[in-house]
Design a protein around this ligand. Structure first.
Ligand code: SAM
Length: 290
């Protein structure tokens, strides 16, 4: 990329939009470290969400087979096109990631015809807009597009929640959802000084290694997520009360007490102490009648 992030923003008269989470990286070393964390190679097809003016896109294009960069803000497109003009392996899509049908990506986007079959793995690498971190990550995790791994720069606090183990205050519905689909790993933290404008929070780079097979066997996936939601819905309540007050299941409080006892879970435990395996056993017990 010719010029620093600051120079490019000035040259194109770009006004950064806070509501779109536009905190651009100014530190090339961080950009390189994020891309290295993604272990991107020529056999990979990389999806980048929110390329901004393309500082990470250029680095990805150097190393990946192909890059699909999805940017919502049309005002950034001229600068992006200029910065990416020497790369023939980048497809720029000016859309809202949350409005896109990822399952259909390679059919609905004419420009991507024939691209998927050329590459072994799909990897996602992005410095995410923080206002929609969770919906974006869940969209990739829950979707049927087969993804090898994902590397995201996100708020440090959210990264900690994703990687949290049972028993701590950070462990919640997000930890269970992310760890059902992947093995999260916090790789490094990034201070606000590495961005313009500086975000109000610390950031962290997290790598999600996607499971080929989920770590637990579920009778009904929907009931699993409902159980997790009910258990964490009222964090201060005991598990028995949280589950029976949630109105999610047809079982009476006494029946729920019986299920917990049968599974060797104390009724006065709290949701945050349950492992994914225990959530799965509980959900499978509820799956019989719900
Ligand atoms: N990749 C650049 C960097 O690292 O410097 C910019 C990252 S900035 C944190 C987030 C980017 O996501 C911005 O360019 C913003 O316009 C874009 N963005 C925000 N909401 C989006 C959405 N719903 N779909 C696609 N891109 C979005």
């Amino acid at each position: 990329m010719k010029g620093s992030t600051k120079e490019i923003i000035q040259r194109h008269g770009i006004k950064l939009t806070k509501s779109l989470g536009q905190n651009f990286l100014t530190d090339d070393n961080i950009v390189k470290r994020i891309v290295s964390t993604g272990s991107v190679g020529h056999e990979d097809l990389v999806i980048e969400v929110g390329p901004g003016i393309g500082s990470m896109t250029c680095e990805l294009a150097e190393r990946a087979g192909h890059v699909i960069a999805i940017e919502i803000d049309r005002h950034l497109i001229p600068a992006l096109e200029e910065n990416l003009k020497e790369y023939t392996n980048v497809t720029l899509i000016n859309k809202d990631i949350l409005e896109m049908d990822l399952e259909d990506l390679f059919k609905s986007e004419k420009v991507l015809e024939g691209v998927r079959s050329k590459f072994e793995n799909i990897k996602v690498v992005a410095n995410l807009p923080y206002y929609i971190t969770t919906p974006i990550i869940m969209k990739f995790l829950e979707g049927s597009l087969k993804i090898h791994s994902m590397v995201f720069m996100i708020q440090k606090e959210v990264a900690e929640r994703m990687a949290a183990k049972p028993g701590g205050k950070d462990y919640g519905a997000l930890s269970v959802a992310v760890q059902y689909y992947s093995k999260p790993e916090m790789v490094f933290t990034v201070p606000p000084q590495c961005f313009i404008p500086q975000p109000e929070v610390d950031s962290a780079v997290v790598r999600l290694n996607i499971f080929q097979e989920p770590p637990v066997k579920l009778l009904k996936q929907k009931i699993f997520f409902k159980t997790v939601k009910a258990a964490f819905g009222q964090r201060r309540k005991t598990l028995l009360n949280a589950l029976s007050n949630s109105g999610t299941f047809i079982e009476t409080k006494e029946e729920i007490r019986g299920i917990l006892e049968r599974l060797g879970i104390q009724e006065n435990q709290r949701g945050e102490t349950l492992t994914i395996q225990q959530f799965a056993e509980l959900a499978n017990a509820f799956s019989i009648r719900n």
